[in-house]
Design a protein around this ligand. Structure first.
Ligand SMILES: *Cc1c(COP(=O)(O)O)cnc(C)c1O
Length: 369
């Protein structure tokens, strides 16, 4: 294997238990949109289902159907809205939908669809949804029209930021959502995402949390101390050379001045999801030692300088930790977030699921084994 993501299922299970505690025992909707943030939605859903998770959140109709086609029988909610013409298919596949405007309610009524719906209220995200007042009305209209409202929810936009202004903004969102806390006839009332779970789970409103990135032991502001890290991106040394001539390294010739250094070529590049902004400044880890990337990251490979302390014992084939504990720093270095680094992992990166530290399942371009 050239490049693979190790996904530690024991740590995932540990985190799920902890998240349940952190959420004051609320139920967990596991958000597994975007292929479970790059971890592999079908496998992650199966594992989480065995761990007792009973409801999943995805973004699109297709993501929901993928789970159904692969035997996931639990409740599934499509979060990022649906177009009216998708609603029949959602009904057929028993996927719950998010309603964000009245035309959807009328459509469901006219077509006599027996869908389970969640009403989405915009308390400050500014993306989709009813205002609080409209949301209350929408619930009444659904009642009149016999549409099965199983959820009411909203989304927090800065729950993972710690400055005072952000905290006040979140508090205001939560306050607006309080309007819905007493709706006992509605099964799921939910607003807390990863940041919310960590910082605001003492609120009385809501009975379900939507856990996304926190399942992997990280969130918007970095690694969560009480959780375990699930994800590590690994690769290998393909080639080693002592640079005998005064040549420059990689495209664009920005890797200069490495004559007589030991340079290793690693089999990971930007087409795997390793960001090009890390060219000539990022690091990877070999035998526990940080090694600087020299020159530009290529599509399929990158070069590093081997530090003197490990120079005598590196070999072709050796394992390289490309992104692990340092994923938050790397995300900052490229001006992005852990979310984007996770979801940017490409299809050709094999996903290796670990149990008890050993590969339990591999999902790669050539299949599952
Ligand atoms: C993505 C998403 C989540 C999960 O967010 P995290 O920050 O990963 O916990 C929750 N709710 C909605 C509506 C989302 O789109």
């Amino acid at each position: 294997m050239r490049t693979w993501a190790e996904i530690d299922l024991d740590n995932l299970e540990y985190n799920i238990k902890k998240i349940k505690e952190l959420s004051h025992d609320r139920d967990i909707m596991a958000i597994i949109k975007a292929d479970a943030y790059g971890m592999g939605a079908v496998t992650i859903a199966k594992e989480l289902s065995e761990m007792g998770v009973k409801i999943f959140g995805v973004s699109s109709l297709e993501e929901g159907i993928e789970l159904r086609n692969n035997g996931i029988k639990d409740e599934i909610l499509i979060l990022a809205g649906t177009f009216n013409e998708e609603l029949e298919e959602a009904e057929k596949k028993n996927l719950q939908v998010t309603l964000t405007d009245l035309s959807q309610i009328n459509y469901i009524f006219d077509k006599k669809l027996s869908l389970k719906v969640h009403i989405k209220v915009d308390t400050g995200m500014g993306r989709v949804g009813f205002t609080v007042e409209e949301g209350k009305k929408a619930i009444d209209i659904c009642k009149e029209k016999n549409i099965n409202v199983v959820g009411i929810y909203s989304h927090l936009s800065v729950s993972d930021e710690s400055d005072e202004e952000s905290i006040n903004y979140t508090k205001n969102q939560l306050k607006k959502f309080k309007e819905f806390e007493k709706l006992e006839e509605i099964k799921y009332i939910h607003i807390l995402n990863s940041g919310g779970i960590l910082k605001f789970s003492e609120i009385p409103q809501s009975n379900l949390v939507r856990a996304g990135i926190i399942m992997y032991g990280v969130y918007g502001e970095g690694i969560v101390e009480n959780l375990k890290r699930v994800f590590t991106l690994k690769s290998r040394i393909l080639f080693l050379k002592e640079l005998k001539e005064d040549i420059d390294i990689s495209y664009g010739r920005v890797g200069k001045g490495y004559k007589n250094d030991l340079i290793a070529t690693i089999t990971v590049g930007y087409a795997d999801g390793f960001r090009r902004e890390l060219s000539n400044k990022g690091t990877v880890e070999i035998h526990g030692v940080s090694c600087k990337i020299v020159g530009k990251v290529c599509m399929d490979m990158l070069m590093v300088k081997i530090p003197d302390e490990i120079r005598s014992h590196v070999n072709v084939g050796d394992e390289v930790v490309v992104m692990g504990e340092d994923i938050f720093q790397k995300s900052k270095m490229v001006g992005s977030s852990i979310y984007e680094l996770f979801t940017g992992l490409s299809r050709r990166v094999s996903r290796v699921y670990l149990k008890k530290g050993k590969p339990h399942l591999v999902n790669s371009l050539i299949g599952k084994y």
